[in-house]
Write a protein that binds this ligand. Structure first.
Ligand code: PRP
Length: 221
């Protein structure tokens, strides 16, 4: 770590649904910067007075930035952490961004027994989670990795099933898909790089405590 790296606390925030609640939660504790916005064209936004740098990443890439120390800390969904399996410390369950990982199929393809889904194709943004889940069930399937709009795949015959997150259930409903198995629930997590956690212990530990306290009080209103 260079002396400049040591001077700043670099915080990674993900684009997408978690950006706003994450930025609001941190702002509540005074961690913010002028111009910090999901749509900012600037990729690094600095608060010189507080020696904080924000970086905004693609959701799936965030754990990589933290694992390699390009960011000291970050906020990301448990679903992404399970998928990416990076070596980072998971410090606080922030209790927002609740969703669940599940398996869904079109109504017409619903089977009597779960084992009847063997040999079907499964479209997903979460190939590792899907692989582990079907393996644990002893069911062989073909996993097809996609990057978004997963619900489209069964509608156009790319796959028979999907593994995805469901939040309100609206997307499933609007695409005539039904949930046939639950995999795991997920919420937003506060994570840290393992070296940063030691080198910047005071700052990260204080923020961890403050976040924990804020969550216990019910988060940002
Ligand atoms: C997620 C997920 C579902 C949808 C579920 O997609 O992949 O498509 O949200 O939410 P709902 O149950 O409230 O309808 P996201 O909006 O992150 O975009 P993506 O499909 O491009 O990844």
């Amino acid at each position: 770590m260079t002396s400049s790296d040591m001077e700043y606390l670099t915080i990674a925030l993900p684009k997408g649904k978690l950006f706003e609640p994450s930025a609001n939660l941190l702002a509540e504790l005074g961690y913010t910067a002028e111009g910090l916005s999901e749509n900012s064209r600037k990729l690094v936004i600095v608060n010189e007075a507080k020696k904080i740098k924000f970086i905004i990443t693609k959701t799936a890439d965030l754990p990589t930035y933290v694992e390699y120390g390009a960011a000291d800390i970050g906020i990301i969904g448990k679903d992404v952490l399970l998928e990416e399996a990076k070596h980072v410390y998971e410090l606080v369950d922030l209790k927002f961004g609740y969703c669940r990982l599940m398996v869904a199929v079109p109504q017409a393809l619903k089977q009597e027994k779960f084992s009847d889904y063997a040999h079907m194709r499964v479209a997903t943004k979460y190939p590792n989670i899907a692989e582990r889940f079907f393996h644990s069930m002893g069911i062989q399937v073909e996993i097809i990795k996609l990057n978004g709009s997963i619900e489209l795949a069964p509608m156009v015959g790319l796959a028979e099933m999907i593994v995805d997150i469901v939040e309100t259930g609206r997307t499933l409903k609007e695409n005539q898909l039904i949930e046939v198995a639950q995999i795991e629930p997920a919420t937003a997590r506060f994570i840290a790089n393992r070296v940063s956690f030691k080198m910047k212990f005071d700052r990260i530990n204080q923020l961890t405590k403050d976040l924990q306290e804020l969550v216990t009080r019910g988060g940002v209103k």
